[in-house]
Design a protein around this ligand. Structure first.
Ligand code: 5GP
Ligand code: ZN
Length: 114
């Protein structure tokens, strides 16, 4: 499958990995929007949040990805807080069609987002 993040998961495209376990990997965003900007992705190809169903496995995967965000944030010592973002579809600003959670930190974030 011609998917950028599947290629990062398989190692055929390099990335600065910061975390990996059985179900997920995390790596630094190539165009960071904050001093800390990681992407947490499932190893298995899931196109977007809109493709996630309500099966036990899929719900567990989402919980696992969020738990990975929290673990990475602790490792990065983001004690002042951080922003977690999931862009979904065209209106959501999704540009890579493999589910990913952005973890942004190291600066104060604005609200509302653009
Ligand atoms: P989206 O806009 O889909 O929510 O986020 C996609 C993110 O992937 C963007 O922040 C973009 O900078 C990042 N990205 C795109 N191509 C690459 C790449 O080849 N390597 C890494 N590490 N990040 C990428
Ligand atoms: Zn993929």
């Amino acid at each position: 499958m011609d998917c950028l993040f599947c290629k990062i998961v398989s190692g055929s495209i390099p990335a600065k990995k910061v975390f990996e376990d059985e179900h997920a990997i995390a790596f630094r965003d190539i165009h960071p929007q904050a001093p800390v900007h990681m992407l947490v992705v499932p190893r298995r190809h899931v196109a977007s949040l809109a493709e996630v169903g309500d099966s036990e496995g899929e719900v567990a995967l989402l919980g696992h990805l969020l738990s990975a965000v929290a673990e990475i944030a602790r490792a990065e010592k983001l004690a002042e807080g951080y922003r977690t973002v999931i862009n979904t579809g065209a209106d959501g600003g999704q540009t890579v069609n493999h589910l990913h959670l952005h973890l942004l930190g190291g600066r104060s974030m604005a609200w509302p987002p653009g």
